[in-house]
Design a binder for this molecule. Structure first.
Ligand SMILES: C[S@@+](CC[C@H](N)C(=O)[O-])C[C@H]1O[C@@H](n2cnc3c(N)ncnc32)[C@H](O)[C@@H]1O
Length: 214
């Protein structure tokens, strides 16, 4: 029996508790203005993965207005977060949010396309959160895996893309066929990738969690 349905998701969301009143306000305003940020259940999973892994350096691709970067920095006070955002307007709002949350010392925001900005980085990251253009996930992975320390964790959000990755019935007009094909290719690559252990979970919009072999 399929246990994932709207009732189950609503129940899980009722159990969600925000990290702080400030982050709750940021989530609510993102929802009001329809800025896509991590879903509540995904936030819980991401933050507990971080608490388990205890990374010193986190890399995020896809900042939007800075919500998930701020959550990660709040959840683990000793970590530093580098986050990349391609949209200049979103990056500016993210910078304001990060400043007003008092996190500017620990979050470095780089404005530009992930594919390009990643080529300029040299740090070794022990945790990576990929949450940007779905059709570029393979490019992000190839570049990011070269920047990771042994046994780094790489989390990719939205890999099930509202079910379209799984079945064409969720994209009847085939509007998203290119990004669907690319995501399917990416997930096939990931599950067969000898350098990492990967699982895929139906949390949020679908998430892959990979642990690099070291
Ligand atoms: C789903 S939102 C990120 C949400 C954010 N991680 C959060 O949960 O608060 C995706 C963001 O990725 C950005 N983006 C899309 N393509 C990108 C790329 N190639 N490089 C960097 N950012 C990109 C978009 O502009 C958008 O703001």
């Amino acid at each position: 029996m399929n246990i994932i349905n709207d009732k189950v998701t609503a129940y899980i969301d009722e159990q969600y508790r925000p990290l702080s009143p400030e982050l709750e306000a940021l989530r609510l305003s993102s929802e009001e203005y329809k800025v896509p940020i991590i879903m509540r259940d995904m936030e819980g999973l991401l933050l507990n993965l971080i608490r388990l892994k205890q990374p010193r350096r986190i890399l995020e691709i896809g900042t939007a207005i800075g919500y998930s970067a701020a959550c990660m920095a709040e959840a683990l006070p000793q970590c530093r977060v580098t986050t990349i955002e391609s949209d200049p307007a979103a990056a500016e709002i993210a910078r304001e949010n990060i400043d007003s949350l008092g996190l500017a010392e620990r979050i470095t925001l780089l404005q530009g396309k992930g594919q390009e900005v990643l080529d300029t980085l040299t740090d070794a990251f022990d945790f990576v959160f990929i949450d940007a253009a779905k059709s570029h996930y393979r490019t992000f992975w190839d570049k990011v895996s070269g920047l990771c320390s042994p046994r780094a964790v790489i989390v990719c959000d939205n890999v099930l893309m509202r079910g379209t990755t799984v079945s064409g019935e969720y994209d009847p007009r085939r509007k998203h066929r290119t990004s669907i094909r690319r995501m399917r290719d990416f997930l096939s690559f990931l599950t067969d990738e000898a350098e990492a252990h990967t699982c895929i979970l139906p949390v949020g919009d679908g998430v892959s969690i990979s642990i690099l072999k070291g």
